[in-house]
Design a protein around this ligand. Structure first.
Ligand code: ARG
Length: 448
């Protein structure tokens, strides 16, 4: 075929819809027979022929023909070769416009289920690590500067909750996709007594589309998936960034398992966090596909326009990128080892107890702003004397405020963490509650 003829061909990527296309066609033919539009014998012949074709595709013996352009025409032409002219009855009361929209929706529904499953697996890996580290103290950061001590479990559970919101978005996408367009025809509806509801039930849709013109032109469900995937990838990318930092020699908080780190071809000592980096890097293309589809849709008059064929490649790429990244990250989190001593040592430095010392003065009647100033001065003094602010002697503390007494010497990392005893805080008992709560969320989740 010449470049000119190849230009409109989509079979090299839309063949991925073969299962959905065949399922939809079987349901359609059975409904046509039930409604007396074709005979039961015709419907059975069509069904057998289509199942045969499915087997051929799966055995990789199907003769794909690019000149037939897309999956719908390839399957239909092959059906004619197998069962003769009866094949022509399959397309009664149907258009490729409502057919392709149905295929994409079925594929999107299946994909949302997979995304929810893999998101849950990553949550389980995070929860597993969080349980192991329910009392591991580490520095918490703002501006990537050591800020206040937290529990590693608390940090990991933050990602658990991001993923929980991702899952809710995938559930919403699934609901958006589960509306059946079939029965809309090319655009105006169909002059046959179809039973659309029974096709919806047969194919697992929740509902039927309320407007035939909207049904063949609408790709909002794909946009919603792209958006949900983009947000989820952003979360994974942030997690990937933390793994890159934490596995560096500068942090040395974690060691990634052998299978998630790769050597350098020139520097024998290197263990690069390539999987985390690639996950971070792949986020860009997922954002790109969202923008591409928004742009494709923005100028389209109702109803179907061939531009809509461009909805597929970006979508499939996003599906593959998202699902593989979720799986890789679940494995990477589940197998990493944590260097708890190193985290604890890091938490000892950076004057991270300065806020606790200020709170100590507040408890003795000093306004917080004033206490903040006292601790700024004390921290500067500590720095000049090569100490941490929580390592000053009582005599040194008292140079900055007479409110300091010997109890100040009891301010520790453990005490700091324990004092964050509010719902949502990093006190060990609160984090214990949060771990149980997270487990409950996974057990009660409606993952379907
Ligand atoms: N390959 C087309 C697509 O993906 C199928 C629908 C074609 N419809 C048409 N009227 N030419 O959108």
């Amino acid at each position: 075929m010449q470049p000119h003829d190849l230009y409109t061909v989509s079979i090299h990527y839309d063949r991925r819809l073969y299962r959905e296309d065949i399922r939809g066609s079987i349901a359609h033919a059975q409904m046509l027979a039930k409604q007396g539009i074709i005979t039961d014998d015709d419907a059975n012949a069509i069904r057998r022929g289509l199942l045969d074709i499915q087997q051929e595709i799966e055995a990789e013996t199907f003769p794909w023909r690019p000149e037939l352009e897309d999956i719908h025409m390839n399957v239909e032409a092959r059906l004619k070769e197998k069962i003769g002219d009866v094949a022509g009855k399959l397309h009664t009361a149907r258009s490729r416009n409502d057919q392709v929209a149905t295929d994409m929706r079925l594929f999107a529904m299946k994909t949302c289920d997979e995304a929810i499953k893999h998101t849950t697996e990553l949550q389980l890996a995070l929860l597993h690590q969080a349980r192991q580290h329910a009392s591991t103290i580490m520095p918490g950061y703002t501006h990537l500067q050591r800020a206040q001590p937290v529990l590693l479990a608390h940090h990991l559970l933050a990602y658990f909750h991001m993923l929980q919101r991702d899952k809710q978005r995938f559930q919403q996408c699934r609901r958006a996709a589960a509306v059946l367009p079939l029965g809309s025809g090319a655009l105006a509806g169909l002059p046959y007594p179809l039973d659309r509801q029974s096709v919806a039930v047969e194919l697992g849709f929740d509902d039927i589309s309320p407007n035939s013109m909207d049904a063949v032109a609408d790709r909002d469900f794909l946009l919603e998936f792209h958006a949900a995937a983009a947000i989820c990838m952003m979360h994974l990318s942030r997690l990937g960034e933390e793994l890159v930092l934490w596995s560096s020699q500068e942090f040395a908080f974690i060691t990634l398992a052998e299978q998630y780190a790769t050597g350098s071809s020139i520097m024998p000592q290197k263990r690069n966090p390539d999987f985390a980096e690639i996950g971070r890097g792949k986020t860009g293309r997922v954002y790109g596909h969202l923008l591409a589809l928004l742009t494709t849709l923005k100028g389209l008059p109702l109803t179907y326009n061939r531009d809509l064929q461009e909805d597929k490649e970006g979508f499939f790429d996003t599906v593959d990128t998202l699902l593989s990244t979720l799986q890789v990250f679940a494995g990477m989190i589940g197998t990493m080892t944590v260097n708890a001593d190193r985290m604890y040592d890091a938490a000892q430095t950076g004057n991270m107890l300065a806020t606790d010392l200020a709170d100590y003065l507040v408890a003795r009647g000093m306004p917080f702003r004033e206490a903040h100033g006292v601790l700024r001065r004390a921290s500067r003094y500590a720095l000049e004397n090569a100490k941490e602010v929580h390592q000053l002697t009582l005599e040194e503390y008292r140079r900055f405020s007479p409110l300091f007494d010997e109890n100040v010497l009891k301010i520790t990392l453990e005490g700091s963490v324990e004092s964050r005893d509010l719902p949502g805080g990093s006190a060990p008992n609160r984090v214990g509650d949060a771990l149980r709560e997270a487990q409950k969320i996974l057990e009660t989740a409606d993952d379907s």
